[in-house]
Design a protein around this ligand. Structure first.
Ligand SMILES: NC(=O)C1=CN([C@@H]2O[C@H](COP(=O)(O)OP(=O)(O)OC[C@H]3O[C@@H](n4cnc5c(N)ncnc54)[C@H](OP(=O)(O)O)[C@@H]3O)[C@@H](O)[C@H]2O)C=CC1
Ligand SMILES: O=C(O)CCC(=O)C(=O)O
Ligand SMILES: [Mg+2]
Length: 437
């Protein structure tokens, strides 16, 4: 069987990290994974848009040296390997890349390749900006109020994949250990003989590097607040610790840039509520970032009812997964929800849409390529290619304003009474974006 060594364009050059800064050549080698299911249609449309933006912005001076790497069904078919080492090696070597969605079977079979890539490359931030594009149909009345950036921890929590099937030898062994060593806790397991068991690791290091990234972003981008979203009332030493470590780091490393709810609590306890409110107001007035926290369940209500209270969000892995799909709905759905996974120390990053493979639409040239295209836009900004990124935003704005959109937007537009909305194919929506650049 052939090996999965990527074929790199001869004139391509490597991106490198020099003194903590990306050094991007004019012909950067960027590995890409096409993706399973709708990934194939989406990639075909997206790569044309990304190339067109670069061509229009730089008139041949810059060009991407796309290099296909393999994972998922295509890799398994070609190489009998779901995630070849060559793919990991390529992302290691070329630093930055982009991928389509990959299928993960439910309740058995292989573990997530998406998660494996994040863990193997230690891409500890999953960055998912959620903002509304004018004209995108939305189920909420004021979608323009949604402008949030999710920093989802990307390497630990239950995504570590440490769990054992009910009745398995491993589950029995762990339960026997618990019965022996922690009898009080063991007695809380309602049906031990038929329980699957999982482990949820959340570390101080993992939390701190994620929170640091969120705060650095908030400072750099002059954002208003950072909210730690957690379920720390129930999971005290994992999610609750995430909150506590987050506050401690904010006060330790960003003392002169933030004002935290913990500070407010301390001032209230020592000098009363009025003094605490005055202190907070003064801090916010001088441009400090308000650092606060919210419990995950009520957050899911409040992001709907008062989205303006949420700005940058830092949260453990599972909460971030739920929150990013829920928030995407408010700005027009998962068809326009980009993202990126990154390690800000090593410089490694893989950009990818928030959505999955949407298998029922595979190869129909139907779904919205917007999430992948806007993930490309994020990638260009990450590379410092802002002119190309701006053209993509211009193209997306124009395509939406023209009301020639994929089925998801057309469906919502029609429901909103937009009579001239025309459903176009995935590839045609790509054409529309290029036309409006
Ligand atoms: N990072 C990754 O690679 C991810 C992979 N996955 C994997 O994808 C597979 C399918 O997951 P599933 O839960 O069905 O979620 P999906 O995100 O794949 O699809 C769910 C629904 O979202 C809508 N949707 C998805 N993509 C688009 C798009 N590009 N344009 C417009 N609408 C879209 C469709 O809604 P409608 O039916 O209303 O038209 C679709 O039925 C699973 O194996 C899962 O593990 C999931 C998430 C991320
Ligand atoms: O890996 C998967 O299949 C799902 C991942 C996911 O839902 C996400 O990263 O948002
Ligand atoms: Mg998800």
């Amino acid at each position: 069987m052939a090996d999965a060594k990527p074929v790199v364009p001869k004139d391509g050059a490597k991106i490198s990290l020099v003194d903590g800064k990306l050094n991007v050549p004019d012909r950067p080698i960027l590995p890409f994974i096409e993706g399973d299911g709708t990934g194939r249609d989406i990639w075909r449309a997206s790569v044309r848009v990304l190339d067109a933006a670069v061509e229009k912005a730089y008139r041949g001076r810059r060009k991407i040296a796309w290099t296909e790497v393999y994972a998922g069904e295509k890799a398994f078919t070609k190489f009998n390997n779901w995630l070849p080492d060559e793919t990991i090696q390529a992302f290691r070597e070329y630093l930055i890349g982009i991928k389509g969605p990959l299928t993960t079977p439910i309740g058995g079979g292989i573990r997530s390749l998406n998660v494996a890539l994040r863990q193997l490359l230690d891409l500890y931030v999953c960055l998912r900006p959620v903002r509304w594009f004018r004209g995108v149909p939305s189920p909420v009345k004021r979608p323009e109020k949604v402008n949030m950036v999710i920093f989802r921890e990307n390497t630990e929590d239950i995504y570590a994949g440490i769990e054992w099937e009910a009745g398995s030898e491993q589950a029995k062994k762990l339960l026997a250990f618990l019965e022996q060593e922690f009898p009080k806790e063991y007695r809380k397991i309602r049906f031990p003989a038929t329980s699957g068991v999982g482990v949820k690791p959340v570390s101080r290091e993992g939390t701190e590097r994620l929170v640091r990234a969120a705060l650095e972003y908030a400072v750099r981008e002059r954002r208003r607040s950072v909210t730690f979203v957690h379920k720390g009332n129930i999971m005290k030493f994992t999610e609750g610790a995430f909150r506590n470590w987050g506050y401690a780091l904010a006060e330790r490393e960003f003392a002169d840039r933030v004002y935290t709810w913990e500070q407010w609590e301390r001032t209230k306890a020592s000098r009363g509520e009025e003094a605490a409110n005055a202190e907070k107001q003064a801090a916010v007035a001088e441009g400090r970032i308000l650092v606060k926290d919210a419990i995950a369940d009520i957050t899911l209500q409040q992001v709907l009812t008062r989205p303006e209270d949420f700005d940058v969000v830092a949260t453990p892995n599972l909460n971030g997964d739920y929150l990013s799909d829920a928030l995407a709905a408010q700005v027009g759905g998962i068809g326009i929800a980009p993202g990126g996974n990154a390690n800000y120390v090593t410089g490694h990053a893989i950009f990818e849409a928030t959505h999955g493979t949407a298998p029922k639409y595979a190869d129909l040239d139907k779904v919205n390529p917007g999430s992948m295209i806007l993930s490309g836009e994020m990638m260009f900004r990450h590379l410092g290619w802002n002119e190309a990124a701006d053209l993509i935003v211009k193209g997306v704005d124009g395509a939406i304003a023209g009301h020639r959109v994929t089925y998801d937007f057309a469906r919502l537009m029609k429901a909103e009474g937009v009579t001239d909305a025309v459903e176009v194919k995935c590839s045609e929506f790509g054409d529309e974006i290029i036309r409006h650049m």
